[in-house]
Design a protein around this ligand. Sequence first.
Ligand code: GDP
Ligand code: MG
Ligand code: K
Length: 298
Amino acid sequence: MSFKAGFVALVGRPNVGKSTLLNNILGTKLSIVSPKPQTTRMRILGVKHLPDAQIIFLDAPGVQKGGDLLSKSVLESAVASMEDADVIVMIIEADKGWTKEDKEIVENYIKKYNKPVILAINKIDKIQRDLVLPLIEESTKIYDFKEYVPISAIKNINIDELLNTIKKYLPESPPLYPEDMITDLPLKLWIAEIIREKVFFNTKQEVPYSVAVEVESIKEGEKNKNLLIIDAVIYVERDNHKGIIIGKKGQMLKKIGSQAREELEFLLGKKVHLNLYVKVKENWKEDLPLLRSLGYNQ
Ligand code: GDP
Ligand code: MG
Ligand code: K
């Protein structure tokens, strides 16, 4: 039996479930998941190792246009992941059907690449079974997708079927990455993403979008090798956001910090001391050196 390996871009508007799907497939928390759109800001590589194939996923940030440098670099990385891909998996939401934004993605991106495109219809746990077929029929009129796979990323329905379908379109190739590698995301960025996720879950309106997290240092405990001491800065755009993140008597920052610490301890299998600082940096979204160190722009 021959081995296959190749790159897959996950494409879809914000909130269709790209990160949830990737985490489910890889069996680890990699890309941050939250109920708000635009949580994913960078391109994340995840490698799925199968006995007869290696599938390398590019979690493209939700395709969305915007004026600032951050929005531009997010869009660029989404386009780059489609250019690098052997197969594109476009995701839509079963319960929402084809939205205007979904159709724009087909028009502006999908049609530009002469690549096999698989349509994954996610969140089928939210709709009645007999509504799936009509949705597939409608989809055939929108684009000539190679395959249509109804899934639920959250309930783990049909995920193996999706992997097998992707495999069909990958080139024959030896493995491209070592077997123990799941991501090329540097540890500092990965930790920053987990902290940012906790900010997202605990804040409202424009505050979560005003936030960037930079991990400044990760040190091992001097006496205890099983301890990690992590210093991180939460950047916000405005003074009043700083107040919200710190909260009354520091309660909010404490909550964010302990949620992040618990998760980091679980994922890293080590004890963690997490020191969080909040700083105001009005135009961090236009600060190229800072964006680079946050991993948003290569
Ligand atoms: P992304 O912006 O495309 O990466 O979307 P996320 O993975 O962050 O998911 C957005 C929201 O949809 C989160 O609240 C997820 O829990 C939810 N979600 C994702 N997949 C499913 C699914 O299969 N079923 C249901 N009911 N919810 C889902
Ligand atoms: Mg995402
Ligand atoms: K999201």
